[in-house]
Design a protein around this ligand. Structure first.
Ligand SMILES: Cc1ncc(C[n+]2csc(CCOP(=O)(O)OP(=O)(O)O)c2C)c(N)n1
Length: 285
């Protein structure tokens, strides 16, 4: 196990998150998971979009790519394709991933790249000060949805399962040790792994608090069969008390990079045949 401190940013790093934000424990969990898996920071890339959660890679020492709103998954897929030796994580908020990035969410699942998608699900648009997000509860009042949200919330887990995601899990940011083990399993999974993280937003979501998440969740027990997709879908549909843990895992499906590439050598290590390249360019003049 490597020293988790290798992932620490300098103490004087500017912090944009509010005291008590659920993003803090998530960063800590991700650092612990990577350190326990012996993955050095230089071999990690985190891609994110826009939002408070999307600032995550500013607060741990890794390579990162901050994309446009909703666009964390395309660069993550491309980076893994170009260099399969890297550990690639797409990490953003529920709005960024399921709202603005909904289209990419859908098609990334179909591709099954070997990346981990960690979604900080605070059920609200935090950065823009509290509008409803796709996962906001029906009836939740916000400065924009003054009469309460009228739509049913988006269910990321049933969506991912029905699209064929090979790893689907949910964790709670307040449970460090359990979440760390599940995120480690997601990183080790060969293929697309979704980890939806219940994350309290202490300023703009007064409804889904640390206490609320504790009271409205339970852990799947050891006997849960992770290979049973129909059971996973049934569990993901539960809304009264919601399951935490690995709902589903399918092993053996080839990941996108292995289908598209004939080898796993990083592109930067491959020799470029200048003659072939020249002919290709000439042929398109
Ligand atoms: C195309 C586009 N639409 C809207 C915005 C405004 N915007 C920035 S962040 C954000 C919501 C982010 O919410 P979420 O992903 O849930 O992250 P959080 O801030 O709650 O962590 C929105 C709507 C934008 N920057 N670009």
């Amino acid at each position: 196990m490597i020293d988790k401190k290798l992932y620490d940013m300098p103490k004087e790093t500017d912090m944009a998150w509010c005291p008590g934000c659920g993003n803090f424990p998530i960063v800590n969990i991700v650092k612990m998971a990577l350190a326990e898996l012996d993955i050095m920071p230089q071999n990690v890339v985190i891609c994110s979009g826009i939002g408070q959660a999307a600032k995550t890679p500013h607060y741990l020492r890794v390579n990162y790519f901050n994309g446009l709103h909703g666009r964390a998954l395309p660069p993550a897929t491309a980076i893994k394709l170009a260099n399969p030796e890297l550990t690639v994580i797409a990490e953003s908020g529920d709005g960024d991933t399921y709202g603005e990035g909904g289209n990419h969410f859908m098609h990334t699942i179909r591709r099954n790249p070997d990346i981990t998608n960690i979604v900080h699900n605070n059920m609200v648009y935090g950065l823009t000060k509290g509008q409803a997000s796709p996962t906001s509860e029906k009836g939740m009042q916000t400065p924009v949805q003054v009469g309460g949200v009228v739509m049913e919330p988006f269910n990321p887990l049933t969506t991912a399962l029905s699209l064929g995601a090979t790893f689907v899990a949910r964790v709670f940011a307040g449970d460090i040790m359990q979440s760390k083990e599940i995120i480690k399993a997601a990183i080790q999974h060969k293929g697309y792994a979704l980890v939806d993280v219940f994350q309290p937003c202490v300023v703009f979501n007064k409804q889904n608090t640390y206490q609320w998440f504790k009271q409205n969740t339970y852990y799947l027990d050891e006997a849960h069969d992770k290979a049973d997709k129909l059971k996973a879908i049934t569990l993901a549909l539960e809304t009264q008390s919601m399951p935490l843990g690995i709902l589903y895992q399918e092993t053996g499906r080839p990941s996108y990079e292995t289908l598209v590439r004939t080898n796993t050598t990083p592109l930067y290590q491959q020799e470029v045949n200048q003659q072939v390249l020249k002919e290709l360019i000439e042929s398109h003049r």
